[in-house]
Design a protein around this ligand. Structure first.
Ligand SMILES: Cc1cc2nc3c(=O)[nH]c(=O)nc-3n(C[C@H](O)[C@H](O)[C@H](O)COP(=O)(O)OP(=O)(O)OC[C@H]3O[C@@H](n4cnc5c(N)ncnc54)[C@H](O)[C@@H]3O)c2cc1C
Length: 392
C-alpha cells in the first residue's frame, strides 16, 4: 500500500491524490474479485470466512493508520474512509469489520496507547489480530456512561466484572477495548478503558446476535467474570475512559458515514443497470421520466452524502474541528442510504423483493447506520449542542 499524502486543501473534495486513487482502485478490485463472489453465502451463513479476513490483512487494510515501524501502512484517516466506502459498496459486513479495526481500535491505540502497548499490539493488529470496541451494555446504549461494568483495583491488576452487548467483531477478535467503571461514586469520571485480550482469564464471548442486516458481521455479548487485566493494560488514564469513548466515536462515526455512502452507491449501481435493461411497455424502464428523475434524486443524495463524509474525514486529518460535520455526515448518509436502497428495491419491482437479487440485502444492511455509533437522535443531539454552543 502506498504512503499517504493528504490532498492539498485547494483540491475539490472528491478529487483524490495519486496515492488515494491508487489505493481506492486497489481496494475496489479486491472487493470485486474476492468479496463479491462470497456476499450471498456470507449473508446466509452469517459469517465472514477467516481466509477473507486474512486477505484483508495481506492487502494492508487492517492497519491503515498504524505506523510503518509497527507493520502498518502509516496512511491517513481519509484513506480508511475510502476503504470502508469501497468495501461497503460490495458488502457492508466486511466494511464494518475493517471500519471498527481502523477507526475505533487502532485509532484509540494511536491516540492513547503507551509505547509498550503500541509495540505489543500494533504488529498483531496490522498482521492477524482483529480488534473490537466494547462500550454498550444491555442497560446502557445511548446513555453510554451509565455502564454497569466494574473494574476493581487488585494491586497489580484490575478485576473486571460485567457484561457487554452488541460487540462488533467479537466473534473473531483477539483484542477488545473494554470500558468499565473503577469508581461508580465518581459517575462517568470513573470510566476507564482497558485493553483486554481474548485469552485473559475470566473473559468469554457469549451469544451471537441473529440480525436483520450486516448478518456476516459478528455481533456478540461479552462476559467478564473476575477477568484479570494487568495494570499496564489500562488505555489512557484511569478515570479518563469517557474521553476515549467520546472522542473515538466522534471519529468512528465518519467511518459509518462512509459505510452508508458505500451501501447506497452499491445499491444504486444495481438500480441504474437494471433500469436500463428491464423492458416494460416495449422500452427500458429508464426511458420513463419517473424512473429517470428517481435515479437523478438518488444520485444527488449519494453525492451529498459523499461530500459530507469526505469533508469530515479531511477536516479530521488536518486537525480542524470536525465533530458537528462528522455527526451531520453520519445522520445524512444513513438517511440517504435508507432512501436509496428502498427505492432501488422498487426499481427492481417484484424481483427486488426476493432474495434471488442482490438489492434487498442492501436495504437490510443500511438500517444499522441509524443505530450504531450513536442513533440518529444522538447525532441530532450532537449537532444541536454544537450549533447552540452548549458545553458538556
Ligand atoms: C449491529 C450492531 C453492532 C453494534 N456494535 C457495537 C460495538 O461494536 N460496540 C459497542 O459498544 N456498541 C455496539 N452497538 C451498540 C449500539 O451502539 C447501540 O445499539 C446504540 O448506541 C443504541 O443503544 P440501544 O440499542 O441501547 O438503544 P437505546 O439507547 O435504548 O435507544 C432506543 C431509542 O431511544 C432513542 N433515545 C434514547 N435516548 C434518547 C434521547 N436522550 N433523546 C432522544 N432519543 C433517545 C434512541 O435514539 C433510539 O431510537 C452495536 C449495535 C448494533 C445493532
Amino acid at each position: 500500500m502506498p504512503d499517504a499524502a493528504i490532498a492539498p486543501r485547494s483540491l475539490p473534495l472528491t478529487d483524490l491524490s495519486e496515492d488515494e486513487r491508487m489505493f481506492r482502485d486497489q481496494v475496489r478490485q479486491f472487493a470485486e474479485d474476492r468479496i463479491r463472489p462470497l456476499v450471498a453465502k456470507m449473508d446466509d451463513e452469517a459469517r465472514i470466512p477467516r481466509e477473507l479476513i486474512d486477505a484483508c490483512f495481506e492487502l494492508g487494510i487492517m492497519g491503515i493508520e498504524i505506523p510503518e515501524e509497527h507493520g502498518g501502512a502509516a496512511a491517513t484517516f481519509f484513506m480508511a474512509v475510502l476503504v470502508v466506502e469501497e468495501l461497503a459498496r460490495v458488502d457492508a459486513s466486511v466494511a464494518v469489520l475493517v471500519d471498527v479495526q481502523n477507526t475505533l481500535v487502532n485509532n484509540a491505540l494511536l491516540r492513547w496507547g503507551t509505547e509498550p502497548q503500541r509495540a505489543r499490539y500494533f504488529p498483531k493488529l496490522a498482521s492477524s489480530w482483529v480488534g473490537a470496541y466494547a462500550l454498550s451494555e444491555a442497560g446502557s446504549g445511548s446513555d453510554a456512561f451509565a455502564l454497569a461494568c466494574r473494574a476493581l483495583d487488585r494491586g497489580d491488576h484490575y478485576e473486571l466484572n460485567g457484561r457487554k452487548l452488541w460487540i462488533t467483531n467479537a466473534g473473531e477478535a483477539e483484542l477488545f477495548i473494554v470500558l468499565a467503571n473503577v469508581d461508580p461514586s465518581k459517575g462517568y469520571k470513573g470510566i476507564t478503558a482497558f485493553l483486554v485480550e481474548r485469552s485473559f482469564p475470566g473473559f468469554a464471548v457469549g451469544k451471537k446476535e441473529n440480525k436483520l442486516g450486516i448478518r456476516a458481521s459478528s455481533t456478540c455479548e461479552l462476559i467478564l467474570e473476575s477477568c484479570r487485566v494487568p495494570k499496564e493494560n489500562v488505555l489512557g488514564e484511569v478515570g479518563k475512559g469517557y474521553r476515549i469513548a467520546i472522542e473515538t466515536l466522534n471519529e468512528g462515526r465518519i467511518g459509518i458515514g462512509a459505510q452508508m455512502v458505500g451501501v447506497a452507491q452499491g445499491s444504486f449501481e444495481h438500480g441504474l443497470r437494471y433500469a436500463q435493461e428491464r423492458q416494460q411497455f416495449g422500452r427500458p424502464i429508464a426511458e420513463f421520466q419517473a424512473v429517470q428523475f428517481l435515479l437523478a434524486e438518488l444520485a444527488t443524495e449519494i453525492e451529498a452524502s459523499r461530500l459530507l463524509t469526505y469533508n469530515a474525514a479531511r477536516l479530521r486529518d488536518v486537525g480542524s474541528p470536525f465533530i458537528k460535520e462528522a455527526a451531520i455526515a453520519k445522520l445524512f448518509a444513513s438517511r440517504a442510504a435508507e432512501h436509496v436502497t428502498s427505492k432501488v428495491v422498487e426499481i427492481y419491482g417484484g424481483y427486488g423483493f426476493t432474495r434471488e437479487y442482490p438489492v434487498e440485502k442492501y436495504y437490510r444492511d443500511q438500517k444499522v447506520g441509524q443505530i450504531y455509533e450513536g442513533t440518529s437522535h444522538m447525532q441530532l443531539a450532537v449537532i444541536a449542542k454544537q450549533i447552540l454552543g452548549k458545553r458538556g
